[in-house]
Structures are given as C-alpha cells and as structure tokens.
Design a protein. Structure first.
Ligand SMILES: Nc1ncnc2c1ncn2[C@@H]1O[C@H](COP(=O)(O)OP(=O)(O)OP(=O)(O)O)[C@@H](O)[C@H]1O
Ligand SMILES: [Mg+2]
Length: 361
C-alpha cells in the first residue's frame, strides 16, 4: 500500500515513526553525512543533541562497521542486511541498510538500522540450556522406572512382596514425573503471560497464618518448630492470594526439607515503606555463598546427593523448579524475591509485594 493522502505531513510522520523505534536509526547520504539520528542512535554515540554536519564514520569509531556500511551503500538499491560480531566482546549487531527515495539534490538517502542481537543470542542459549536440562531431568526418573519395570517382570511370579515394593517405587517415579511436567507447564504459562491473576487487597497477617496452618502437620512430622512473626497489624498487600499462598507454602516446604529435626522456621511479614515484605527464615543447613545467586534458576539444586539422602526422602530431591516458579509469580506482581544464607546457620527467603491502596467506597 502506498501512502498518498496529501493532507498528511509525511516527513513529520516519518520522523515520529523513527523516534518510536527502540533500535538506533541513522539516515545518511552517500558521503555518509548524517541527516537524521533517532534517540537510541544518539545514545549509542553518547550524544545528547543532534550533531551538525557529522559523518557516520566520525560517530561510529569501529572501522569494520563503517566498512560494512560503505560496501552496502555502494552495492546499490537493494535492502541489505549484514551481521556484525565483534570478537569476544559480546557485541553482536544486525545492520540493515535501506536506500530511501532521492532528496531534492538528487542524492539517495539511506537508513541504517542497528539491531542488538546479543540479547537474542543469550535467549537462544538459555533456551538450548533449558531443553538440555529438561531432557536430562526427565530421563533420570524414566530410566529408573524402566529398570524397575524390567526387574519387576523377573520377580512378579516368584516374589509377590518384593514385586509390590517395585510397583510402589515405579508409582513414585511416575508421580515425580507428573509433578515436574505440571510445574514446567505452570512456569511456561506464567512466562508467556497466560496465567490469569486476580489482584485484590489481601491481609498480610492472614496469609501468613494460613501458610502456617497448612504447613504445621509437615513441620511436626519432621520435628521442626514453625512460628509466625507478624510485625504490624492489619496491613494489606495487593496480590493474588492463591498464587502468593503457593509461593509461601513452597518456601516453607523448602525450609522444612533443608532443616534437620530440632530446628526452627519463622514465617513473617512486615510493612516496609511502601512495600509489604514476607519472609521465611530457617535454622537449616544453609546454602553456600556461590550457589545463592543461582537458587532461583530452573532445575538448580545445591549438592543433589545431600538434599536427597539426609532429608525428606524422595520429596527432598524435588525438581528444582519451585523457586523458579516463586520468582516468576512474585515478579508478575511487581515484587522481588531474594535469598540470604549462612552455611550451617540457616537461610532466609524474602519477597516483597506492593501495598494495596484502599479507596473509600
Ligand atoms: N531453605 C533452604 N535451605 C537450604 N537450601 C535451600 C532452601 N531453599 C532452597 N534451597 C536450595 O535451592 C534449591 C532449589 O530450590 P527449589 O525450591 O527451586 O527446588 P526443590 O525444592 O529442590 O524442588 P521443588 O521445589 O521443585 O520440588 C534446593 O534444591 C536447595 O538446594
Ligand atoms: Mg522447593
């Protein structure tokens, strides 16, 4: 479709359009004299105002980029896309040079669009890592179940008691797999923005007490004390109560898993400036400093053998997805989640939520 409505000032519309782009755009002539730069292009060149009579090769110091643009300009009238990767610096650009129509001096103008591909590359790598992780995590219980089933075949007629134990073990592996698949689906729903949230004012003290009531039986079974610490009265957070309850339950579940008998867990909440802070503090085994920044990554678990062997049986193994989901949920609310820990002394997980603004009816 061509733009032919004469009542529109196309130059103005074109400039506004270029300004609306988030990628740097330059408009140059054949001599590389810059006729226009949008805001991201100014930022790229560390300029605050449009320079007069500057040339592209004076603005962009990298000779390779300039050479690339020159070659493309000479190539003629077609749109050209070139990839530019700068060694190991992590800089990766896609440069698109498009011939525009001639100006009044019969000189062809060109637009140079620079797209940053580094972020895209990083996401691609993250996706590949994720797929590799998922395949690995799925194959472990699948292999276990297959081996169990094979052994079961051998003993089913000769040793019914043992066979029953094997059936139970297979059920456990299948349960674990089902749990992991549903957590993965949940994570992808949140990430793609498909999770519907109902944000309402929720009473912070109430949600802490409810989490405590729900987790008390498990804590008692594992002989850890579970307490609450509610520092202000009736403060309200703006949140989806079901989702936040799941985050709290997950944090407390972790705390129970990684706190040996005789330990103590506190679920608390305080009002801090304009944020409601929730925390779960335990006196458990702690997390090594080097692992702390990674605990919210999908599938990340510290020392797998330890968490599996010493604490709550197979459940203690977990899938390593709980905290990744918690982070997604908290961030979808506009909050933040963080972890502090000292090995041998305990861990504290804290997250914030916006405070509910209540309007009088
Ligand atoms: N309170 C805690 N104390 C010590 N380590 C913890 C604590 N909470 C989490 N971790 C460490 O962080 C890892 C990731 O926790 P996360 O909740 O994501 O996974 P998980 O509990 O292993 O499995 P899932 O929650 O999916 O069943 C845990 O495996 C554990 O190594
Ligand atoms: Mg967990």
């Amino acid at each position: 479709m061509r733009l032919t409505d004469l009542s529109i000032d196309y130059q103005d519309a074109f400039e506004k359009f270029l300004e609306a782009l988030s990628e740097p755009v330059f408009i140059v002539d054949r001599s590389l004299l810059i006729h226009f730069m949008n805001q991201p292009a100014l930022q790229l060149c560390a300029l605050s105002t449009f320079p007069t009579k500057e040339h592209f090769d004076q603005m962009i110091s990298d000779a390779d980029v300039v050479q690339l643009v020159r070659e493309t300009l000479q190539a003629g009238t077609l749109i050209k896309k070139r990839r530019y990767d700068k060694g190991r610096s992590g800089i990766s650009w896609r440069i698109t040079v498009t011939p525009l129509s001639q100006n009044t001096n019969q000189d062809v103008l060109f637009s140079i669009l620079i797209e940053d591909m580094a972020e895209l590359q990083r996401l691609e790598h993250a996706q590949q890592d994720f797929l590799a992780n998922v395949s690995h995590e799925l194959s472990t219980p699948l292999t276990a179940a297959r081996l169990l089933a094979e052994t079961l075949e051998d003993i089913i007629d000769t040793d019914p008691d043992k066979a029953q134990q094997f059936v139970e073990k297979i059920e456990k592996e299948v349960q674990y797999l089902t749990g992991m698949v549903s957590e993965l689906l949940e994570l992808s729903r949140i990430e793609s923005g498909q999770l519907s949230m109902t944000i309402e004012p929720i009473e912070s003290a109430q949600i802490v007490r409810e989490a405590m009531a729900r987790m008390l039986p498990l804590a008692q079974r594992h002989r850890v004390r579970l307490l609450t610490d509610i520092q202000q009265g009736k403060t309200m957070a703006a949140a989806d109560s079901k989702l936040i309850m799941r985050v709290l339950v997950n944090l407390v579940h972790n705390a129970i898993k990684f706190t040996p008998s005789g330990g103590k867990i506190v679920i608390g909440t305080t009002l801090q400036k304009d944020q409601q802070r929730f925390f779960v503090q335990d006196t458990g085994i702690g997390i090594p400093a080097g692992d702390l920044p990674r605990v919210f990554e999908r599938f990340f678990k510290t020392d797998r053998a330890r968490s599996k062997a010493d604490f709550i049986g197979p459940g203690g193994g977990g899938t390593g997805l709980g905290l990744a989901i918690a982070r997604q949920v908290v961030e979808a609310h506009g909050g933040r989640i963080m972890a502090e820990s000292i090995v041998g002394e305990g861990s504290t997980f804290t997250f914030t939520l916006p405070v509910a603004v209540l309007h009088d009816a």
